[in-house]
Design a binder for this molecule. Structure first.
Ligand code: HEM
Length: 212
């Protein structure tokens, strides 16, 4: 018996449905690729700004602490707590904790995530504006430590990763793996930026005291 003609054939032994599935797969990776490219450009621009801008304390706040650095350490400790909550919430929503997901979890995750991003933007602004992306030697000839260089680069990457994460949350056309990957990347970079700044500072200097 002759083979029944494929109603939606492309003529190359593949149906139009196959071609459409391929197109959907390509569309799926287009959003993550564009997001990673945008994130990389933003991280680069932040780094370039950190190099060309003249550091100044004008336009910064200590929020009542003795120095801007003390204030950043305190706010960053809050960011660290929120970041851990984000990780636990994310794993919970993806069923990795083996506990039933409560109906309020999605909203709580969004609120704490937004707060963590806003506070990170606040701290990153203070780093960039008052210190910049330090490397080599400072104006007074003092060499910049490897930790400081690593922290500055991580800080720029955190800003880029935040862009990727926001795209991942907003996009309806991205594949399912994109959101957990973007979230995991942002979490990892944020934790490394915190370890190379606030955690190091707390170990060396202890908890900052408020200005008298
Ligand atoms: C936007 C990119 C960023 C740049 C260029 C940057 C740069 C810097 C620099 C140069 C210092 C001084 C380090 C030192 O004196 O040894 C610093 C300190 C600090 N940064 Fe950042 N940073 C950035 C983002 C962030 C982010 C996202 C966080 C927190 C989530 C953060 C938290 C801190 C804290 C707590 C300190 C004070 C402790 C310390 O002196 O290391 N920074 N940053």
């Amino acid at each position: 018996m002759a083979a029944r003609p494929e109603p939606f054939s492309t003529g190359a032994g593949r149906s139009i449905l196959d071609a459409m599935a391929d197109a959907t797969a390509r569309k799926g990776t287009a959003v993550p690729l564009a997001a990673f490219m945008a994130g990389a450009v933003v991280a680069l621009l932040v780094g370039v700004f950190g190099k060309v801008h003249d550091p100044t304390l004008a336009g910064t706040t200590t929020l009542g602490y003795e120095t801007v650095i003390d204030m950043k350490v305190v706010v960053t400790t809050g960011i660290a707590v929120l970041a851990v909550l984000q990780l636990v919430g994310g794993l919970w929503m993806y069923g990795r904790l083996g506990i039933r997901t409560p109906p309020w979890l999605g909203t709580a995750h969004r609120i704490t995530g937004t707060l963590a991003l806003l506070l990170s933007a606040f701290v990153a602004y203070h780093c960039l504006w008052s210190l910049g992306l330090e490397s080599g030697k400072l104006a007074d000839g003092e060499p910049v430590s490897t930790r400081t260089v690593v922290h500055g680069v991580l800080g720029c990457l955190v800003v880029g990763a935040a862009v990727v994460k926001v795209v991942a949350v907003r996009s309806r056309r991205a594949p399912g793996w994109f959101l957990p990957l973007a979230g995991g990347l942002l979490f990892t970079l944020l934790v490394l930026a915190i370890l190379t700044s606030a955690v190091w500072y707390l170990g060396a200097e202890g908890w900052p005291s408020a200005a008298r």
